[in-house]
Design a protein around this ligand. Structure first.
Ligand code: ADP
Ligand code: MG
Length: 663
């Protein structure tokens, strides 16, 4: 309610004329004037409105003023409502009125003096307004006090909560420090005079937790080294961070406690600041990496070993992808690790498995080791044979990875094969010699007998023809045995043989064949060196080779016989090559050429010619090789022989002029 708001004034009188006169008197006050003509009406109005002042006649017919005031006062809402009685003065009435002094009360006697009534009403109206105003102010004040109290309670609660959180945080931090496997030390002043450290640090450095890093007299129970050089105390990360106010990154330091041993560590430190931004200390962390360093070293050594190994060592995934490729693998196969990693191993080296690959993998994946020979290919396309071992990686983390170790055994297999062959040949040769020797004598007599049989008069023409054919076949047998024998017969004494003369002698013998077959001969002898040996043996060699060449050219061609000085495996000697343009040698036959009894001439050949040649040449510690290729649409076959010559002879022969013979 504002100070100028008008208030409700209830006027109660049973005489409307009186009500009208009060109204006229009070109109000027500007309040709300409400009239009631009976006590009942007055009560009804009171309940509906907030009446400030009741003006009532004491003497009314049904209920008089005092009775009405009684009723009104009983209601708590109206206990303080101001009541003004209007009445003729009666002492008794006034006495009665005192009974109601609790609330505001007044009395106006009749005849009503307008100024008096107006003054009294106006005082009560102002009083009412003031009281209401005070009430409003009071309740506002109360509300504000309440709100303020609530605020205080809330902030108190907040402080308590924050305090609790802070305690929890501190406890958390403390337990983190306790369980952390990292050594932590905290310097509580920039000079690191007071340092506390956690359990892990004390465990790492049992005799020297750095309680006194700082100051001039700071000392430690250990020495610290960086990259092998001692580290001054003030260079320790904690002290550096506290001194400079900047973080010190992870640095590797080696701690050598004075009581012995070495702890490899990784240290870092961060400065701590106060609320003004000044350095107030530092916190340092230290990780023990001794074990890690040891493992790194072991791994490095293992890697070195793998690299040193001459065997090819590879690790691949189950699907074949190469994960590791050592230098042995590079040496064996030719691919560098960069080229091999990530590729499929067995596709790369084109492995041919001796059994189905799945069979091998199932053995390996059951955890057993597989060993066997594999045929593989190198980067430059060579076929090699490797002895291979495969095992599953034992490391659980690398489960499924397969380790393969391969060793090249191509050369040793070839050597074995060569040995087997030469042993077989030697044995066969010996046996052939023995057989030939044993057959020779009875054969002679059988031949003689057939000669006689053929001449015998009792034979008819057909029988004689059979005998003659049998004799011819026998002659062939005899020829074979003689050839075999001549190879094995021990000659008397080795002599110096001029090879050109020997070759000429043979060519002379074959001149008729050359002519009839239309073969052009070309000779070129550019060395006159002498070979120590037996002429029969060497004649046999060249005769066989030249005969083969002629036989290969039934339709004519070119025969070239060359002789020159040569070297083989750093030994001096002479090289003789016999080249023809005949049928050539099929590659499938090439491997078997030197085997005894291998011939492509069916009944016309013995298959012993080249075998005998090889035997003789090997006896002279020489070599015999051949090549057969197609050149300009013609087959060219060339047999080359190297015969060593004693060194003294070779140098002497250097003085002799090279003579070329052409025909
Ligand atoms: P033979 O001459 O009795 O068959 P060899 O041992 O002398 O036995 O020769 C073996 C085989 O070698 C011959 O059958 C022939 O197939 C092949 N051969 C040897 N020399 C030549 C050549 N110059 N040209 C083609 N084939 C040859
Ligand atoms: Mg022959």
């Amino acid at each position: 309610m504002g100070i100028n708001e008008s208030v409700d004034i209830l006027m109660v009188d049973d005489q409307p004329s009186k009500l009208l006169s009060y109204q006229a008197i009070l109109e000027d006050l500007g309040e709300n004037l409400i009239s009631a003509t009976s006590g009942k009406e007055a009560l009804e109005l009171l309940l509906k409105r907030n009446v400030a002042i009741i003006l009532m006649d004491v003497s009314m017919p049904e209920i008089d003023g005092f009775e009405l005031a009684d009723l009104i006062r009983q209601h708590p809402r109206f206990q303080k409502t101001a009541i003004i009685f209007i009445s003729a003065v009666h002492l008794t009435d006034l006495d009665r009125m005192k009974g109601y002094q609790r609330g505001a009360m007044d009395y106006i006697s009749v005849p009503v003096v307008p100024e008096v009534l107006r003054a009294k009403v106006s005082v009560f109206a102002d009083l009412y307004r003031k009281t209401r105003e005070l009430e409003v102010l009071n309740s506002e004040l109360e509300e504000r006090v309440l709100a303020r109290t609530e605020q205080l309670r809330e902030s108190e609660e907040q402080v308590r909560r924050l305090n609790g959180q802070l305690h929890q945080r501190v406890a958390e931090l403390e337990s983190i420090m306790k369980v952390l496997p990292v050594g932590v030390s905290v310097a509580h002043d920039p000079d690191c005079l007071v340092v506390t450290s956690n359990a892990a640090l004390k465990e790492m450095l049992p005799h020297g937790a750095p309680e006194n890093y700082g100051g001039e007299n700071g000392s430690l129970a250990y020495e610290v080294y960086r990259n092998g050089a001692p580290l001054p105390l003030e260079e320790l990360p904690l002290r550096r961070a506290a001194a400079t106010g900047t973080a010190v990154g992870r640095i590797e330091l080696e701690i050598r406690p004075k009581h012995g041993g070495v702890v490899e560590t990784l240290m870092s430190a961060n400065p701590l600041f106060d609320e003004l931004g000044n350095v107030r200390g530092a916190v340092g962390a230290l990780i023990d990496i001794t074990e890690r360093k040891r493992m790194e070293q072991a791994l490095r050594e293992r890697a070195d070993l793998l690299e040193l190994a001459s065997e090819a060592i590879m690790v691949r995934e189950v699907n074949g992808t190469v994960l590791f490729w050592n230098s042995g693998a590079t040496a064996l196969y030719g691919w560098t690790p960069e080229e091999a990693l990530g590729k499929n191993l067995h596709q790369l080296v084109d492995t041919k498995f001796p059994v189905p690959e799945a069979e091998i993998s199932s053995i390996v994946h059951e955890g057993s080791r597989w060993e066997g020979n594999l045929v593989q290919h190198t980067k430059d396309g060579r076929e090699i044979v490797v002895a291979c071992r495969k095992i599953l990686h034992r490391d659980a983390a690398k489960a499924g990875e397969v380790l393969e170790i391969c060793r090249d055994i191509t050369a040793s297999l070839q050597a074995e094969e060569a040995l087997r062959r030469s042993e077989r040949l030697a044995a066969m040769g010996r046996m052939a010699g023995i057989v030939a020797h044993e057959i020779n004598n009875p054969l002679e007599s059988i031949l003689n007998l057939f000669y006689l049989l053929q001449q015998h008069p009792s034979l008819d023409l057909q029988a004689r023809h059979y005998a003659m054919t049998a004799e011819q076949e026998l002659l062939r047998i005899s020829h074979i045995t003689k050839q075999t024998l001549s190879f094995y017969r021990e000659p008397a004494q080795a002599i110096a043989i001029p090879i050109p003369a020997l070759l000429d002698e043979i060519l002379q013998l074959q001149s008729r064949e050359l002519q009839t077959n239309g073969i052009a001969l070309e000779r070129r002898y550019s060395s006159r060196e002498l070979v120590h040996g037996f002429p029969v043996e060497l004649k046999q060699v060249f005769l066989n080779l030249i005969t083969n060449a002629i036989q290969a050219m039934p339709q004519g061609g070119r025969l070239r016989v060359h002789l020159q000085r040569s070297h083989h495996a750093q030994r001096p000697g002479i090289g003789i090559s016999i080249l023809d343009t005949g049928s050539g040698i099929r590659s499938e036959d090439a491997k078997r050429l030197f085997e005894p009894f291998f011939t492509t001439k069916s009944t016309k050949g013995t298959g012993l010619g080249l075998w005998i040649c090889k035997g003789i040449i090997e006896k002279y510690e020489g070599t015999i090789r051949f090549r057969s290729t197609k050149l300009e649409g013609r087959n060219v076959t060339c047999f080359s022989i190297f015969l060593p010559v004693p060194a003294s002879e070779a140098s002497l022969l250097d003085l002799v002029a090279n003579v070329e013979v052409e025909s």
